[in-house]
Design a protein around this ligand. Structure first.
Ligand code: HEC
Length: 135
């Protein structure tokens, strides 16, 4: 009987210690994901900047001056004031709030329907992060 008790005790110790290492692993995982956003933040900005050029946004949106579309600064100013989301606008789930003239909206809408809809969530986040960073 004592032997059985002993085996049982060893066995439960094993289980407890295994449980402990698992907890450690989870902790480590949480810590490593905590580190990520920082790196992702910089990568995201670089990605956004590249997309802004590659996807021709820059041909209609300059940093400081209105050309075809409003400047990035003007866009971000309105989005900040209204606490609106650039990503939502790019996803097409939010109406235009910077310029509401139908002719102008149609130009941008053509981009949204044409190629912006093919960008994934990370790419849209990246573009928004870039626009917010240069305001
Ligand atoms: C052919 C020119 C053109 C291109 C290319 C273009 N835009 Fe626009 N964009 C416009 C015009 C015109 C407006 C003003 C109408 C409006 O606000 O919807 C606008 C408005 C916007 C707005 C403000 C929307 C609002 O709430 O009023 C955002 C944000 C924006 N563009 C982002 C982008 C991004 C990101 C890209 C590249 C993926 C891009 N645009 C490419 C012409 C363009």
């Amino acid at each position: 009987m004592k032997k059985i008790l002993f085996v049982f005790a060893v066995f439960s110790l094993l289980i407890i210690s295994c449980g402990e290492t698992k907890k450690e692993d989870v902790k480590k995982e949480v810590e490593s994901t905590k580190e990520e956003p920082k790196a992702a933040g910089e990568d995201l900005l670089a990605m956004g900047e590249k997309l802004f050029t590659d996807k021709t946004c820059v041909s209609c949106h300059q940093l400081d001056a209105k050309i075809v579309g409003p400047s990035i600064k003007d866009i971000v100013k309105v989005y900040d004031q209204d606490d609106a989301s650039l990503v939502d606008f790019l996803k097409g789930t939010q109406e235009a709030i910077v310029e509401t003239d139908p002719g102008q909206v149609a130009i941008m809408k053509a981009n949204l329907d044409g190629f912006v809809k093919d960008l994934n969530a990370t790419e849209l986040e990246a573009i928004a992060a870039y626009m917010n960073s240069v305001k």
